[in-house]
Design a protein around this ligand. Structure first.
Ligand code: NAP
Length: 545
């Protein structure tokens, strides 16, 4: 017997938790399936040493409930993985959401049944379920990228991926450890692994720009100040910021309008130094021309490059760690003692930029003609971002069309939320949305509020299904592309533009028009009666009259 729900939600990360809260509040019967044993998504799986958020805790949190905002106390400026996990557990239990969640259950397939206009969802426990709506809160950085390095299977020690870290502590003491990759995950893990291991060898293909996070215990007066004015802070974060955060030196700082090339070298440097001293992602709030003009971008890139050189004792190692591409176009990395780690005697850096790793042997890694012996390997090799969680599932829409075929040329969505031929199938915080460059909790709250409105509209108007029009998908792809091409983002290889996965198209992957503009787009759709969507008639069973 198949269980029937109004909505099936897939994934209990930050978006899935809010989806259960919000859709239940609208009176829908819901079921959420989650592969892990509890909630938290990225903060459930990423237990590697040093995993920590790089947006301030006061800003990286839900805004939907003021009671919640007031009750929860953050202990650090930037919460670590354990505290974030506790936060998501707390939210889930505070709103009694767990009773609609089934854990340790992976969704293997979802197929649209055209006769009943329902989704049939199969799960790893062998069961199948039916639902009018599918809400995919599967995460934008949740499908680990495990590179095909020859010989990897032959390695005789343990191999860890940062995005699938074991629950038990991994003890590296006395070991020779190899880390492959130098993105945000590696940069957080490397200093802690180095402090424990006998020797750490880092295999670097491309250096990143890392800036000090400057984490410390949460100042009580700051927490109090934000809580006293949370609505105002949230408004600024949402609509008056680049990425959903506004705090610089614990004050909300508006976006700048002055251009880097219009001010003196001294004035520019003083601003960069101020942001640098504030820590973390404050360096995103600088002159807007750094995003669009290579010369302006170079002023900031060179400032950070100088800082990197000053932190590394050996000039040859410093040179290898210094990037030469535009800054901010790949996610800025926030570090704690990363560069200083290369001043330790037990750490070595291997440049694999000119020649890829030749092979993994049973005893280590062979690169540049030399074998580096390792007892354990850490793959900090990132994710098939934005699309991977969905393309790794077997999803079939109208006419038996697979999502992987629909996306074969490029990942097509309208407004980053719906696809043509996939009725009542909502995608949250993923491809075609601002989530990758914006505080993702905000984006998911906004998107899910829109999904709720949309479902209410269908019920109120006796409509059965909604899906994107193919021409609206095309237009959205062009809109994403237009915003992307106006910046320096396409000049840099990163997961933002799909460059880390062979054959992935960048078109339509991210929306860079800003949250206010994004919100305007989908509210206009609602106000104008969903012109970018096809709606079909028919009453939903059990819908309120
Ligand atoms: P990532 O930024 O994609 O970095 C992956 C690293 O692995 C890169 O250095 C990449 O080199 C390397 N790599 C991939 N395949 C390789 C291969 N075959 N051989 C050698 N090297 C290879 O992934 P990530 O570090 O997991 O971070 C992903 C995103 O997650 C971040 O950008 C950020 O948005 C988020 N994140 C945030 C935090 C935080 O501070 N809160 C922490 C972790 C992650 P190339 O650069 O040459 O491709």
């Amino acid at each position: 017997m198949q269980q029937r729900y109004d909505a099936i939600i897939v994934g209990a990360g930050m978006a899935g938790i809010y989806a259960v809260y919000h859709l239940r509040k609208l009176g829908l019967s819901i079921k959420l399936f989650e592969a892990g044993s509890s909630v938290g998504g990225t903060w459930y799986w990423n237990r590697y040493p040093g995993a920590r958020v790089d947006i301030e805790s006061m800003e990286y949190s839900y805004a939907f409930s003021d009671e919640l905002q007031q009750e929860w106390q953050w202990s650090e400026r930037y919460a670590g993985q354990a505290e974030l996990s506790r936060y998501f557990e707390f939210v889930t239990d505070r709103f009694d959401l767990r009773r609609d969640m089934q854990f340790n259950t992976r969704v293997s397939s979802a197929r649209f049944d055209e006769d009943t206009a329902e989704w049939i969802v199969h799960t790893s426990d062998g069961a199948s379920h039916r639902a009018r709506y599918c809400v995919m809160t599967t995460g934008l950085l949740s499908a680990p990228n495990k590179p095909e390095i020859p010989g990897l299977e032959s390695f005789k020690g343990p191999v860890y991926h940062t995005g699938l870290w074991p629950k038990e502590k991994v003890d590296f003491s006395g070991q020779r450890v190899g880390v492959i990759g130098t993105g945000s995950s590696a940069v957080q893990a490397i200093p802690l692994i180095a402090a424990e291991a006998r020797h750490l060898t880092v295999f670097q293909r491309t250096p990143g720009y890392a800036v000090p996070l400057r984490n410390h215990p949460m100042p009580a007066e700051y927490q109090h100040k934000v809580k006293a004015n949370y609505a105002e802070w949230r408004h600024k974060e949402r609509y008056e910021s680049f990425g959903g955060w506004v705090s610089v030196h614990y004050e909300p700082v508006p976006l700048m309008t002055q251009m880097a090339l219009d001010v003196s070298d001294e004035e520019r440097r003083a601003l960069y130094e101020d942001r640098w001293q504030s820590g973390g992602l404050a360096l995103y709030n600088v002159y807007p021309d750094v995003y669009v003009n290579r010369e302006a971008n170079d002023t900031l890139a060179e400032f950070v490059r100088e800082k990197i050189r000053a932190r590394v004792n050996d000039p040859a190692t410093a040179a290898l760690l210094t990037p030469n591409f535009p800054i901010l176009m790949k996610r800025l990395i926030a570090d704690t003692n990363y560069y200083e780690t290369y001043n330790r005697d037990n750490v070595s850096l291997v440049d694999i930029s000119k020649q890829a790793i030749e092979t993994i042997t049973p005893n280590g890694v062979k690169a540049n003609g030399q074998e580096y012996e390792c007892d354990s390997l850490v793959l900090a090799t990132g994710y098939d971002a934005m699309t991977g969680a969905l393309t790794r599932m077997d999803i079939t829409g109208r006419g038996g069309v697979k999502l992987t075929d629909h996306w074969a040329q490029r990942a097509r969505t309208y407004l980053g939320m719906m696809c043509a031929g996939f009725p009542n199938f909502f995608i949250i915080d993923a491809v075609g949305s601002p989530s990758v460059v914006f505080q993702p909790i905000f984006v998911s709250e906004e998107q899910l509020n829109w999904v709720g409105e949309c479902i209410q509209h269908l019920d109120a108007n006796q409509q059965r299904t909604i899906e994107a029009r193919a021409e609206a998908e095309d237009a959205w792809g062009e809109e994403c592309e237009r915003a992307l091409q106006a910046t320096l983002f396409p000049t840099t290889n990163s997961w933002y533009v799909g460059a880390n996965i062979e054959g992935k198209s960048h078109k339509g992957l991210i929306y860079l028009g800003g949250m206010a503009e994004y919100r305007r787009w989908f509210h206009e759709e609602t106000a104008r009666g969903y012109p970018g969507f096809v709606l079909t008639s028919g009453v939903r069973e059990g819908a309120a009259a």
